[in-house]
Design a protein around this ligand. Structure first.
Ligand code: NAD
Length: 356
């Protein structure tokens, strides 16, 4: 197969980790007989420096014309003084909106060889952690009207949270279809005891569930869900939730598995094109020092193979290579344990490539 991948290296450690992920994709292409063509799409602080804006039209066009998009990370202190409308993160929001990416999927999986990095009690960690958070990405309070006004002698701020049925339905379908390929259990998270948007969420997800009789559906309030993720994460298979709750729960979920440097994420809309990235930021504190862990980005590339290109065997090959590298004791600084072999970003990438 021939695929074109738009590559947004971004800022900070972005170029280092994306380069390693591209190397792994090249190893997959060589082994399985595919051809991947990469098109650079500058975005973030580097694009502000070069073009004056965080997402130039040419980069957006490159992404929209590609079969999929691989992203490192954007942002850094150098651009913190930019006006809000021209910050590096604006480029990412514009890209998500323009690509119509309404679902974000973040796996929370604990690698057995990294169980020592799990902050939960060993008996809880021993039950295993392997679930995904499916988050609605372009609706809810983040996309509602925001205002601050002077009322009765003081400042009053308002953020509007709204959801339409179709926005809920489409993300629910993603969750159920994902559960069908996993352990067939969806936990829908809301605050239906308080919020109208949550009551609509619950009704709509329940309706969609009728189309997936092979999948079990449970409902959970968000406060309970945040507690259950640390009390017994093994109970979860697929969590589906709205934008704000998903933002918070997916960070909690990634933390219980160990290092931030290990976790990929995918954002999808209609069709097969997606945006694949690690969950962490540009880590300016370690940029350019060959210290970044490239595994989150490499696993994001594996998600791209699986979900955008329908290459399950190729994705398995990448995930198995990562498992094997960890079993063989290789560790970047963020996941270093006693007895581990400390390697930098480039060597970690090379060791994974060797095992494809
Ligand atoms: P961060 O995720 O960049 O870093 C947090 C900590 O984790 C740092 O100590 C960093 O060294 C470490 N870390 C992160 N990724 C690592 C990796 N792969 N290997 C080893 N260690 C790693 O978060 P931050 O410091 O809050 O943000 C830095 C910049 O990134 C900010 O400008 C922020 O706006 C931006 N950011 C971008 C994205 C994105 O592009 N999607 C996401 C989050 C933050």
């Amino acid at each position: 197969m021939e695929k074109t991948i738009a590559v947004i290296k971004g800022d900070g450690i972005g170029p280092e980790i994306v380069t390693e992920a591209m190397g792994v994709l090249d190893a997959v292409a060589a082994k399985f007989g595919h051809a991947f063509t990469y098109k650079d799409a500058p975005m973030g602080g580097c694009a502000i420096d070069a073009f004056g804006v965080p997402l130039p039209d040419s980069s957006l066009e490159t992404c929209l014309a590609a079969d999929s998009v691989l992203l490192g990370a954007v942002g850094g202190p150098k651009w913190d003084s930019q006006p809000a409308s021209n910050r590096p993160e604006r480029g990412l929001l514009k890209l998500r909106g323009s690509m119509g990416l309404y679902t974000n999927v973040r796996p929370a999986r604990m690698f057995s060889d990294l169980s020592a990095a799990c902050p939960l009690r060993p008996d809880i960690a021993a039950r295993g952690i392997d679930f995904v958070v499916v988050r609605e990405l372009i609706g809810g309070v983040y996309f509602g009207d925001h205002s601050t006004a002077q009322v009765d002698g003081e400042q009053k701020a308002t953020d509007i949270m709204s959801y339409a049925e179709h926005e809920i339905r489409r993300v629910a379908h993603v969750a159920f279809q994902m559960a069908q390929k996993r352990r067939k259990r969806v936990t829908s998270v809301d605050k239906a005891n308080v919020l109208d948007t949550s009551r609509l969420w619950r009704r709509t997800v329940t309706e969609v569930a009728k189309e997936y009789p092979d999948v079990e559906l449970l409902h959970m309030y968000v406060d309970n869900a945040s507690m259950q993720i640390v009390r017994d994460p093994s109970q979860f298979d697929v969590i589906v939730t709205e934008n704000l709750f998903g933002d918070i729960l997916s960070d909690e979920a990634s933390q219980v598995t160990g290092s931030i440097g290990m976790i990929p994420s995918s954002s999808m809309g209609e069709g097969t094109r997606g945006l694949y990235e690690p969950i962490h930021g540009s880590a300016p504190d370690i940029a350019g020092q060959d210290k970044a862990n490239p595994i989150g980005t490499i696993l994001a590339a594996a998600m791209m193979l699986r979900y955008s290109f329908n290459m399950a065997a190729e994705a398995d090959a990448v995930e198995n290579a990562v498992d094997q590298v960890l079993k063989d004791g290789f560790r970047c600084g963020d996941i270093m344990q006693s007895g581990g072999k400390l390697v930098g970003c480039r060597e970690m990438g090379a060791e994974i490539r060797k095992r494809i």
